[in-house]
Every structure is written in C-alpha cells, then in structure tokens.
Design a protein around this ligand. Sequence first.
Ligand code: CXF
Ligand code: ZN
Length: 378
Amino acid sequence: QTRGKPIRCRAAVSRKAGEPLVMEEVMVAPPMAGEVRIRIICTSLCHSDLTFWKLKEPPACFPRILGHEAVGVVESVGENVTEVAEGDTVLPIFIPDCGECMDCRSEKSNLCSKFPFEISPWLPRHKSSRFTDLKGEVLYHFLNVSSFSEYTVVDIDNITKISPAIPPNKACLFSCGVSTGVGAAWRTAKVEKGSTVVIFGLGAIGLAVAEGARLCGASRIIGVDTNLEKFDVAKKFGVTEFVNPRNCGDKPVSQAIVEMTDGGADYCFECVGFASLVQDAFASCRKGWGKAIMVGVDKPGAMLNFSSVEMLHCGKSVMGSIYGGLKPKSHIPVLLQRLVDKELNVDNFITHEMKFEDINKAFDLLAKGKSIRCVMWM
Ligand code: CXF
Ligand code: ZN
C-alpha cells in the first residue's frame, strides 16, 4: 500500500537548460486536497517540452520534471476528490476544466478562470511542488502535468477519466498535440464540409489540424512547408496539395494560395509559431468570411502587425486557439469515441516507441525533426 505515503520512483529530471535529462530516483509526496497521484503508463514528447528544456530565461526554471502528454492510472486521491478513484485510467491535461467558473460553464470557452492558464512551476491549487530529489531539493512541475516520472501528482481539474480499453500509446496523444490540432479545426475554426483549408507548418500540430479538417469534411487541405520531406508524410494525413514558399518565385506565398483557391481559403492555420506567418495566413484567407487561426506558439513579446483599414474592409478574422479550443472533460471523451469508431486515425502520428529510460534519444529525434510522436513506456 502506497496510499498516504511518499513514493520513491524514477524520473527524468531536467537539471540545466539544454543538457541531457538525468534519470534519477525522486520522492513523490501524496496528493493534497483536490489532487490525484497517478502512475504513468506511457508518455510522449511534445515540442513544448523541448522549448522549455532549452529555454534559459523565465518562465524556465530548473530542476524541473517536464512532460505533459501522458496516460496513467490513479494510485491515490487527495481529500475532496470524488470524480476519480484508485485504479481509474486518466489523461492528465495541461489546461484545467473546473466545471464551475463562468468560462467552464460556457460552451464558448476552454479557458478556466479558477486556475487561469500559466506556465507555473507549481501545482495550481496549493502553489507548491510534490516532487523532491533524494537530497530534499524541490523539483518543479511543468504545465500542471510533469509526466516524465513514474508517478506524478495532478490537480483533479486537470484530469479526464478515460476508458481503459483505449491503447495507451494512442490515448496519450490526446493530452496535447493531437487534440490541439484536431480541436483547432473542429472547435476553434468550426471547419465545414466542402471547405478549403490551408495549413502553415506540417509538424505534428499541422498534421493534427489536417486530420481534424478531414474529419470535418474539408474538400481541399493545402499544406505549406519549406521542408520538402514533410510533403510525403503529410499525404498520409489527408493533405491534398502542397505549396513550398521557396518555390513561389517572386510571389508572396499568400498570393500563390489566393490564386490556387480562386480568391482565398476558408480557413488558414498557423502551426509553426512565427507571428509573421500569421500575416501570411491572414492574407491567404478569402475576404468576407476567411479565418486565420493561430495555433503555433511564438516567443513571448512577439507582435502581430495588421493594417487597420485592411482588417476593417476585408471582413476576415484572426483567432487564437489554445488546446484546440477543447474543453478537456467534455470534448476529449467525444474525440476518443471517434477514435474507437475508427473515424479519427492517429496511428501515423506514432513514429517511434521506446523505453522511458531512453528519453534523451526521444529528445534528439524530435530536435532533429525525425519524429512526429515518440511514445515512451514506463
Ligand atoms: C503549449 C500551449 C501554449 C503555451 C505553452 C504550452 N501547450 C502545449 O504544448
Ligand atoms: Zn504540448
């Protein structure tokens, strides 16, 4: 019985920016009120883990346990937790869904105001860490999840219960990447049947947008990327046409897209994380109804630059999308049902699987752009 006691287990600790993670024994305290301690079954690597591993300035902090795409089993629950019980299979999800605040009660938002999203080193409710190393030094949390550990503690508002029948290597992808992209098409943009969609950046998130757009019945899915190798892969995800901005001659890429689409696309997604590309996405949208959706994460302080007259006269919109606009507790079960019904396909996202202890190899593969998703088994 481990309930109520600290657990000693293995974790991959990020001790210094950009340096290999250190596989070490750590102590994981029991969950406090409103928290859940979970045993991680498997975890995958998202580009945001890499971003915060490399980052030298705040909000970076070390030593930290990164990781936020995972699936696990509840080991024990803190006081006042009734929604899940020991043995339940759960997805930890970085954005909270308290179900009670004005935003969580609204269908229109996924931005909880009880625990506003922030990249904090602490668990949101008690503003403290459940991790220490064997010397007693505090290890910081990451994105409310910290899944690069055999056990972690997560707030109940960041937990979605799922069916144990779903293969864990597929389930874990819904913690972040797949949901972010599919949701951006389904919930944020609300792509309709017959739409023309343009995706800037064919990494994991862009490919997930393609899967979401396909699911919504888009007729044309145009992928934009400077890396030609991405095009072969993207075909498997339903991307029907390609544009390489370096092959557009003197034309800006948006002009090439406007010409291809006879006036502009219905929905254009920025999935790279360059503020300047949001302008290209916006310029590629059709006047009157086109929507540019920001999915990529640029550096803090990056600004968008639009002419106000152009904005006023064109009738287009720009939208931000975090976690694909999905409400974890109500929308993830819907997406997982579509996976079970074989409407949604995530097999092609999993390019690598390995043991958790090989995590530094997984970092290397993603940093070199050789993997889409690498699932690591505990
Ligand atoms: C991102 C979303 C925007 C802030 C940083 C983390 N989410 C997951 O990868
Ligand atoms: Zn992520």
